[in-house]
Design a protein. Structure first.
Length: 286
């Protein structure tokens, strides 16, 4: 009896060891029996140190890991295993690979969703009714991108410096600064000259303002009906005076043109002279 119990214990131990070893082997190979894990594929132009078992996050939360990586002439294809069966990600979704920090570290994949939130009753990724045109489903593919790191930033700066050196950006920039400085000096001189001209134009502007005020007064006076009536009366009087002067001038011209009238005027003048000499002989002699 004791021997049979001992044999049974040994047998169960061996069976348990075999099952545990098989489970561990299947787990290391990425096989999950009866699990709710689902997978998706991401293609990267540069894996940036990505490796199997690298973490996969969504909004900073660990949601899976990298199951396998395949290198092709076109890209690096990574199979991502998501261990959250309830994770519903609306499209479009991108997978960004990069280091844990800007200074480096282990690589990770971050899932970024830019779509509108799904409805609460949306199907799960492993469900038969999962719509691959609206959300990520089991077996879907996402676009992969490389996140910024210290190496990529340094490489970009080196490319910019090389391009600047090749195109002589710095000498051109120095020349541009000199031109800007000269233009600023000319503008300053022009500003001083304009100030002087404005100072000279101040009296003229004041005279124009006074003339404008007088003109406004004249216009206001002309707009007065009484003033217009007086001007009309003055014009009528001037016309009558001109007509009278013309008539008198005509009569004088007619008289001076008569020879008899002029002879009479001459005789009258001589007679008055003789009469004046007889009345005042002493004064006439002087």
């Amino acid at each position: 009896m004791r021997r049979s119990v001992r044999d049974a214990i040994v047998g169960f131990t061996l069976i348990g060891g075999i099952i545990g070893f098989s489970s561990m082997a299947l787990w290391l190979r990425g096989v999950r029996l009866g699990s709710s894990h689902w997978t998706l594929t991401a293609r990267f132009s540069d894996a940036a140190g990505l490796a199997e078992r690298s973490p996969v996050t969504y909004r900073g939360i660990l949601v899976g890991s990298v199951r396998s990586i395949a290198v092709t002439p076109e890209a690096v294809v990574a199979e991502l295993e998501i261990n959250n069966a309830d994770l519903r990600l609306p499209l479009p979704v991108t997978a960004t690979v990069g280091s844990s920090s800007l200074l480096g570290g282990s690589a990770k994949v971050a899932l970024i969703s830019a779509g509108r939130p799904l409805e609460k009753d949306a199907p799960l990724p492993r469900a038969a009714g999962c719509r691959a045109d609206l959300q990520l489903c089991d077996g879907s593919s996402v676009e992969g991108r490389e996140a910024a790191s210290l190496s990529t930033v340094t490489e970009t700066l080196q490319e910019l410096l090389a391009q600047a050196q090749q195109e002589r950006v710095i000498p051109h920039a120095a020349e541009s600064l000199e031109q800007i400085d000269a233009t600023a000096q000319e503008f300053e001189a022009l500003t001083v000259q304009l100030q002087d001209e404005l100072a000279k134009a101040v009296p003229v502007i004041r005279n124009l303002e006074l003339a404008t005020a007088h003109l406004n007064n004249i216009v206001a006076s002309l707009d007065n009906p009484q003033t217009l009536s007086e001007l009309q009366q003055t014009a009528a009087n001037a016309a009558q005076l001109t007509a009278t002067i013309d008539a008198v001038g005509g009569d004088v011209a007619q008289l001076t043109g008569d020879p008899e009238f002029m002879e009479g005027v001459r005789n009258l003048t001589i007679g008055l002279g003789e009469l004046f000499g007889e009345i005042y002989p002493a004064q006439a002699a002087q």
